[in-house]
Design a protein around this ligand. Structure first.
Ligand code: TRP
Length: 338
């Protein structure tokens, strides 16, 4: 077994998780939990940075996200699953780290910039939203995580975390904070069913892990393909065609998929045939997830109990780091030191 590392990752609870989450990071977490010490955080405090007006949505999404985790096989015996806002050390670390970053640097985080644009915030961006990359640095460093499995839109957050770590360790002449590394999936990101670059709940182009079979069927039937592929006998484009991207991500029979791609490219293979096959592939993938989800959903009390235990374990680890941070900064006023 390779050396055990610490992993921290998480999701904002603003709804159910979808296939994009699975490809981007859930699949990696299921594997990594067998090898490393993994913490998975339900980032409710971060979700509030752009959903302050919707606490009820966040509250209900905590259960949905937890069920999605359990359904895909994140196992609470191997992975500590916890709720961000119930780990107060994270908020305190955020306060200290904020002093190590400039306003100008915050304004240049590319992911935040894009989100500000997409949400139409302009100058009226909530201050909490502006600084969420630093709160994310607190999440990651509190657990001394060296690996962060995330979608590629999160890479700027990890870069900013590395900057905070270096600055902190240099300034306070310490090595308490650990530099993290992003781990992204080989398939960079899953496009939406509308062909847009990213699957996302807010774009309304997602297939959710919990979608019932008939909903999945409807979504697949309506999927965007190659708009130039009008007649079956026309040659079609495989590159950038989400139907094939999904087959690459979820199909097991690579030979068959390669054959279909070649056939589609030279013409003579209809979209409906490819979609029919994709639907079979997706149903086979989603059916066991759906079943497990229904099982866990029967006992929400047990799910909450699991989260409570995970949150207790997370507090232990984060409080320990906070103590070390305060000591490194010399603001551990009541501790005896020489
Ligand atoms: N920003 C992440 C997302 O939107 C969620 C998140 C919060 C996170 N804190 C984190 C991910 C720490 C990795 C590490 O998906």
């Amino acid at each position: 077994m390779s050396e055990q590392k610490i992993i921290l990752t998480g999701d904002r609870p603003t709804g159910k998780l979808h296939l994009g989450h699975y490809v981007g990071s859930l699949a990696a977490r299921v594997k990594l939990q067998d090898v490393h010490r993994q913490f998975v955080m339900i980032a409710d405090a971060q979700a509030l940075t752009d959903h302050a007006h919707e606490p009820a949505l966040i509250r209900s999404s905590i259960m949905e996200v937890a069920l999605d985790y359990l359904a895909v096989g994140i196992d609470p015996r191997k992975t500590t699953i916890f709720i961000q806002s119930l780990v107060p050390a994270l908020a305190e670390l955020t306060m200290y780290y904020l002093n190590l970053v400039t306003w100008n640097r915050l304004k240049h985080n590319p992911t935040v910039k894009l989100e500000i644009q997409q949400k139409g915030y302009g100058e009226e961006v909530p201050a909490g939203f502006m600084i969420y990359p630093i709160s994310q640095a607190a999440d990651i460093t509190a657990f001394k995580a060296s690996i962060v499995p995330v979608g590629d839109d999160q890479i700027p957050m990890i870069e900013q975390t590395v900057e905070v770590v270096r600055k902190f360790n240099r300034l306070y002449k310490t090595d308490v904070l650990v530099e993290p590394q992003a781990v992204t999936s080989t398939l960079a990101r899953l496009p939406g069913i509308d062909g847009k670059a990213k699957m996302s709940k807010s774009l309304g182009n997602a297939i959710f892990l919990s979608d019932p079979a008939d909903v999945v069927a409807k979504k697949v039937k309506g999927m965007y393909t190659d708009p130039g592929h009008l007649k079956v006998e026309d040659p079609g484009k495989v590159e950038g065609n989400p139907v094939f991207t999904y087959l690459d991500a979820f199909g097991k029979d690579k030979a068959k998929i390669d054959e279909m791609k070649a056939h589609y490219a030279r013409g003579g293979l209809g979209d409906s045939v490819v979609k029919k096959y994709l639907l079979d592939v997706l149903q086979e993938f989603l059916e066991p997830i759906r079943k497990r989800r229904e099982e866990f959903a029967k006992d929400p009390g047990a799910v909450m109990q699991m989260l409570k235990q995970g949150t207790e374990a997370a507090n232990k680890k984060a409080n320990q780091t906070l103590t070390e941070v305060r000591s490194a900064m010399g603001i551990d006023y009541f501790s005896t030191r020489s």
